[in-house]
Ligand binder design. Structure first.
Ligand SMILES: C[S@@+](CC[C@H](N)C(=O)[O-])C[C@H]1O[C@@H](n2cnc3c(N)ncnc32)[C@H](O)[C@@H]1O
Length: 238
């Protein structure tokens, strides 16, 4: 039996109320959540994902679509006020809750870890099992100027992390794939480019840089004395 929904944040509670309105029109909650993630990512792509956006939009009537827009506004303002992982809280509390649910590290623990690690030298931060990306968000509170890279085996987690990074104005990449085998099939580039904040790049173009190693045949070698750039994560320029 499913447990009751449970939220730690006000923003996720407000978003859930809006989701309920769309659900009441005959859509499943899981589908509404997936479509919300996709619509939001498409909206932040500066037109690159217009076809995908229109395809999802066509599943809903005008009123339902207005609720999605309201939900996006609620997410943005809640993130500004509460400064935390609202979307992950919504996912944990109302989508994957109950039996076999996913649970993310509590936000205060993420922040404690990032404070303990501190502002170390590495210019990028990688979470190979990023969930909704809250470890990366916590690290960004210590130093937002790094490149943040998240990977997860789960599509929803990849999309939540992409949204979280983009809505916090961070730069980085979010990858869908098994961290144990390193095969990627979806890669989002996060950061302002061509009027969008999220873009899709071809998975075969992405490569984690090997910093400071010489004569490394696998991966791009980056001189550790130079500042790491977003393009250092690409096999060749797009
Ligand atoms: C407990 S959550 C932790 C998420 C996040 N790092 C945090 O601290 O909140 C574990 C995550 O690992 C992901 N995961 C499990 N096995 C994986 C694998 N082989 N490769 C990539 N991600 C994986 C799951 O989908 C899940 O999102």
């Amino acid at each position: 039996m499913l447990k009751k929904v449970h939220f730690f944040m006000n923003g996720s509670k407000k978003m859930y109320k809006l989701f309920e309105q769309i659900e009441a029109e005959g859509h499943s909650r899981g589908q509404v959540f997936d479509d919300f993630l996709d619509i939001s990512i498409c909206s932040l792509s500066g037109g690159q994902m217009e076809d995908e956006f229109q395809k999802i939009k066509s599943k809903y009537n005008e009123n339902e679509f207005k609720i999605f827009q309201e939900c996006f506004g609620t997410l943005v303002s809640a993130m500004e006020i509460e400064q935390c992982d609202i979307i992950g809280d919504l996912y944990q509390g109302a989508i994957t809750y109950g039996q076999n649910g996913q649970f993310f590290t509590p936000e205060n623990v993420c922040f404690m870890i990032s404070r303990m690690i501190g502002n170390f030298d590495r210019e990028y931060m990688f979470d190979p099992a990023c969930g909704s990306g809250r470890m990366l968000l916590a690290a960004a509170k210590v130093n937002p100027d790094r490149i943040f890279v998240g990977q997860d085996i789960d599509f929803r987690c990849v999309k939540m992390t992409a949204l979280n990074l983009a809505l916090n104005g961070l730069n980085g990449y979010v990858i869908r794939g098994n961290s144990l085998s390193n095969n990627y099939d979806l890669v989002y580039r996060i950061g302002l480019k061509n009027s969008g904040f999220i873009s899709k790049i071809k998975p075969e173009l992405f490569k984690m840089p090997k910093i400071g190693y010489e004569n490394e045949s696998d991966g791009k070698v980056v001189d550790s004395s130079k500042k790491l750039k977003m393009d250092d994560f690409l096999v060749k320029a797009e």
